[in-house]
Ligand binder design. Structure first.
Ligand code: HDD
Length: 706
């Protein structure tokens, strides 16, 4: 049995896993303690860990040196296969609290016992990139959640996008092969901007709705903290009488939604490839842990019958206007892992992990996933006993069964009996509390087919597009042009534009224009004529679902020696007051000496702290400081990038020479450029920052917007 221990302390905010099996608990403690004697894996004290055993001072190393051999042997076997998809990920521990009971629909205790607190683990990830790739790839983000409930582990293995590329799991290997590096050359890494991906997509019309989401700013989130999560499929809730309802699961970030611009993403990947993981780590460390509401869309068979699309089709959403999302609980991610490998790397999510009261629909993608996840853990973790690893072991309930042996078995049944039924005693099945599958009536012809009810591939893609604000629509067009411009084959580009014509004619024209196509290709043949009557849905836009304040965001304050202390201090005070954070960026990492003689400590030297790392910036400089920085390319980039990325910029008059040298002339000084003269100018600036961007500016600074 394993249990979650107490937080180890305020600073590290890590959650300790203790385990009663195999002495693992002790192993964890050893790493943290000072002055303990170093031992071998066998517990033998080590006298010399600097030199291997040799014959004479300069002689050959001896095979007899068991410590040396054990150390190297273990090192040689440290790596396990990375996940075949979602290899790069980052996890944290948290707690889920239920606010509203769903007892009318399900027997699952986690969804019926109001106030119940359930420990949980979440792993965020990118899909296509290898483990060592960068965080800000344009990609879907995995949003995998493991609840350690009192009735066993429940996993929602979701994404930050509510639909998927394909409808049937049999196409998953093709999709992933096409998305990952091309097999002959082994590149490009962590990006879909290449021929194979767009070739497959352009030949797979069912992917068009997903493509709209992936080309939107959803695929370049500012932080894990500002993303929604979705269970994607229709699942089942099962009540005490065995009656089933359909349900879709949503995670809504209380921090609001936010993404970056593509040009920022490209630069962040260079400046800080770990941008997302560092952000989550820091938020937990600084005591502002992110929170999400768990929402459900519950509907019955009648609704499923009436709905325009098939609720078993994972390329479709159910608009929130049609079935509102009920927020029934909240989770907070407030603790780091103690060891990345032991927890984030070894955590094994499986869609098949459900608890009594929760079941599966017939979605063919989900059905296939239920096989794939269990299977892949064996490859990755090397043993059917991966459930014995503390991060995967249930925590809120006992585990009793007669499964035994296998590699690395930590939890074999004790005593004589290892079968059921038996006359010795031991665990028995429990018809009352045990898991019951939904008793659904099914019949039909055995056949390999795609239901005609899955055939409309364009209508919801269009609905997504028309639900976006103009700037978001522009970004979708820009992303498509960028991605397709990396395709070498013109026929693939043209085929994609043919699909876009079924989604939105203005988008098709913009992309064709951006690619310089000689003519607008014919619209792709559509199995079902695209509908133009689906209304826009505000829930689909990021901009319409932004934050209410600047809380949780970060300002970069560029300071120089002799900068006005009054303003730096006022900024710092107000940033803290609104729940935001800041970094001081200075010509030297040591910081700067302000005009009142006080020192302000630097977090970044200007070369290491480009403005892409911040949500807004402030330029608090002295005349000499501004004159010096105006000669510095990186400082000029700091300002011109912040401007081009539509950020709010606070400045003192003395910073104007730098602003000027950054190419921002008087007519460009829009309302997003805020002059700070005195401390009382600071609060209005931070209020304005809550809008995150002055989007109108993009139409002035981007040639493509013309
Ligand atoms: Fe998957 C990993 C999400 C379709 C097969 N998937 C994986 C992870 C997430 C998702 C978040 C990472 C879990 C972690 O952090 O360890 N996958 C999805 C979603 C899908 C989806 C939301 C569609 C709705 N996946 C999907 C299909 C298949 C797989 C159709 C295969 C038939 N997915 C896998 C896998 C992975 C995986 C190969 C790799 C590592 C792992 O499972 O544990 O089995």
């Amino acid at each position: 049995m394993s249990k979650i221990g107490e937080d180890t302390g305020a600073k590290s905010k890590a959650r300790t896993f203790e385990t009663e099996v195999g002495g693992g608990g002790e192993l964890h403690q050893i790493a943290g303690k000072k002055d303990e004697t170093l031992t071998t894996q066998q517990g033998v004290p080590i006298a010399d860990d600097q030199n291997s055993l040799k014959l004479g001072e300069r002689g050959p190393t001896l095979l007899e040196d068991f410590h040396f051999r054990e150390k190297i042997f273990h090192f040689d076997h440290e790596r396990i296969p990375e996940r075949v998809v979602h290899a790069r990920g980052f996890g944290a521990h948290g707690t889920f609290t239920l606010h509203e009971s769903l007892s009318e629909f399900t027997t699952a205790k986690i969804l019926t016992e109001v106030g119940e607190q359930t420990p949980m683990f979440v792993r965020f990830s990118t899909v296509a990139g290898n483990k060592g790739s960068f965080d800000l790839a344009r990609d879907v983000r995995g949003f995998a959640v493991k609840f350690y409930t009192k009735e066993g582990n429940w996993d929602i293995v979701g994404n930050n996008i509510p639909v998927f590329f394909i409808q049937d799991a049999i196409k998953f290997p093709d999709l992933i092969h096409a998305a990952k590096q091309e097999p002959d050359r082994g590149f490009p890494q962590a990006q879909t901007a290449h021929d194979n991906f767009w070739d497959f997509i352009s030949l797979t019309p069912e992917s068009m709705h997903m493509i709209m989401w992936v080309m939107s700013d959803r695929a370049i989130p500012r932080s894990f903290r500002f993303m929604e999560g979705f269970g994607v499929h229709s699942f089942r809730l099962i009540d005490a009488q065995g009656k089933g309802s359909f349900v879709k699961f949503h995670f809504k970030p209380r921090q609001g939604l936010q993404s970056v611009l593509w040009n920022e993403a490209v630069k962040i990947n260079g400046a800080d490839p770990d941008y997302h993981r560092r952000d989550l780590w820091d938020a937990i460390d600084l005591g502002s842990p992110p929170e999400w509401d768990l929402g459900v869309q519950i509907f019955d068979d009648d609704f499923a019958e009436r709905f325009e699309f098939d609720v078993l089709d994972a390329t479709k959403i159910i608009p929130e206007e049609q079935v509102p999302v009920r927020r029934i609980g909240t989770f907070v991610l407030d603790a780091h892992v103690e060891n990345f490998f032991a927890e984030t790397e070894q955590v094994a999510f499986c869609t098949q992990n459900v608890v009594p009261g929760i079941g599966f629909s017939n979605d063919p993608l989900l059905q296939g996933r239920n096989f794939s996840y269990l299977d892949t853990q064996l490859k990755r973790l090397g043993s059917p006993n991966f459930t014995h690893i503390p991060i995967n072991a249930p925590k809120g309930c006992p585990v009793h069964n007669f499964q035994q042996d296998g590699h690395m078995a930590m939890r074999n049944p004790k005593g004589r009996v290892n079968y059921e039924p038996n006359s010795w005693g031991g665990p028995r099945e429990n018809p009352d509390a045990g898991y019951r599958h939904l008793a659904a009536q099914e019949s039909g012809t055995k056949q390999q087919t795609r239901s005609p009810s899955f055939a409309d591939h364009y209508s919801q893609a269009r609905q997504f597009f028309i639900s976006q604000t103009p700037i978001e629509q522009k970004h979708i067009g820009d992303a498509l042009v960028f991605e397709l411009s990396k395709c070498e084959r013109p026929d693939i580009r043209a085929r994609m534009v043919g699909h876009l014509r079924n989604i939105d004619e203005s988008l098709a024209k913009a992309v064709a224009g951006g690619l310089g196509l000689p003519a607008l290709p014919d619209a792709a043949p559509a199995a079902v004529a695209p509908r133009a009557d689906l209304p826009p849905s505000d829930a689909l836009s990021i901009v319409k679902n932004g934050p209410e304040s600047f809380a949780g965001r970060k300002i970069g304050i560029l300071v120089s020696d002799d900068a006005p202390a009054e303003l730096v201090k006022a900024l710092v005070k107000e940033i803290k007051a609104v729940g935001a954070v800041y970094e001081i960026v200075a010509p030297h990492v040591a910081g700067a000496k302000l005009d009142d003689g006080s020192m302000v400590e630097g977090k970044q030297k200007i070369d290491g702290g480009p403005s892409v790392l911040y949500d807004a910036v402030a330029l608090i400089l002295s005349p000499d400081g501004a004159a010096q920085l105006a000669q510095d390319k990186t400082a000029k980039d700091f300002v011109s990038d912040a401007y081009a990325h539509c950020k709010f910029i606070a400045y003192v008059d003395d910073a104007l020479p730098l602003i000027d040298r950054a190419g921002i002339a008087e007519p460009d000084m829009d309302e997003g450029m805020v002059r700070l003269e005195k401390a009382s100018d600071v609060p209005p600036f931070l209020t304005m920052c809550a809008q995150l961007r002055l989007w109108e500016r993009e139409f002035k600074v981007d040639l493509d917007a013309a």
